[in-house]
Design a protein around this ligand. Structure first.
Ligand code: SF4
Ligand code: SF4
Length: 195
């Protein structure tokens, strides 16, 4: 396949207008910084960048308002993560069904922040709303291992996320009811036949 070369006019062949356009941007920044004293840079870390709404920073795990780990170790996020930054170790330890998760939670949950590209796929795919991209963008560590965040750290950084449904609460009650077997059958409702 032959791609036809566009025909350039005399001015386009000079490249002068394009160069001038580039200098225009440079001069605008120079004017703003040197003359108007409105620098476009920050004295980081003394000055912190105010992160805009909707910014996708580091992904962390969250608990619900009763302190339950919302993650159920389904591994969907591990499967979907493009750079394979997530490793989930299921299942977690058994916990009291009255207070904790009924089925399972991760034994450990690792996110390699050196690999994470903050794409947000894990947040999108999570069926439990257990992982969210927060606003942290400055992640530091002295060794590579420091940049692999584990379950406790991820939960501590993620904090509490209000869960209006709290399906585990109902599941816990259901499980408690089924502790006694056979499950007591409620007496039949009396029906009044129309005469
Ligand atoms: S934000 Fe993207 S890259 Fe980072 S852990 Fe989630 S899915 Fe993986
Ligand atoms: S964070 Fe969500 S998607 Fe990932 S393992 Fe936990 S429940 Fe599944």
């Amino acid at each position: 396949m032959t791609v036809p070369r566009p025909h350039l006019s005399f001015w386009e062949r000079l490249y002068v207008p394009t160069l001038l356009n580039g200098f225009k941007v440079t001069f605008r920044h120079f004017w703003r910084t040197a003359v108007l004293r409105r620098p476009v840079t920050l004295s980081y870390p003394e000055e912190k960048w105010v992160v805009p709404e909707g910014y996708r920073g580091a992904p962390y795990l969250v608990r619900d308002q009763d302190g339950r780990t919302k993650c159920v170790a389904c591994q969907l996020c591990e499967f979907i993560c493009p750079p394979k930054a997530i490793t989930v170790h299921p299942p977690g330890p058994e916990v009291d069904p009255a207070t904790g998760n009924v089925e399972k939670r991760p034994r450990d949950f690792e996110i390699d922040m050196l690999r994470c590209i903050f794409c947000g796929y894990c947040q999108e795919v999570c069926p439990e709303e257990a992982i969210f991209l927060m606003k942290d963008y400055a992640l530091v560590g002295q060794r590579r291992e420091d940049m692999v965040y584990h379950l406790d750290k991820l939960l501590a950084l993620g904090g509490v996320h209000l869960d209006p449904v709290q399906k585990w609460k109902h599941k816990a009650r259901e499980a408690a009811r089924q502790e006694t077997f056979p499950v007591p059958v409620p007496p039949p409702q009396e029906t009044h036949a129309a005469s």
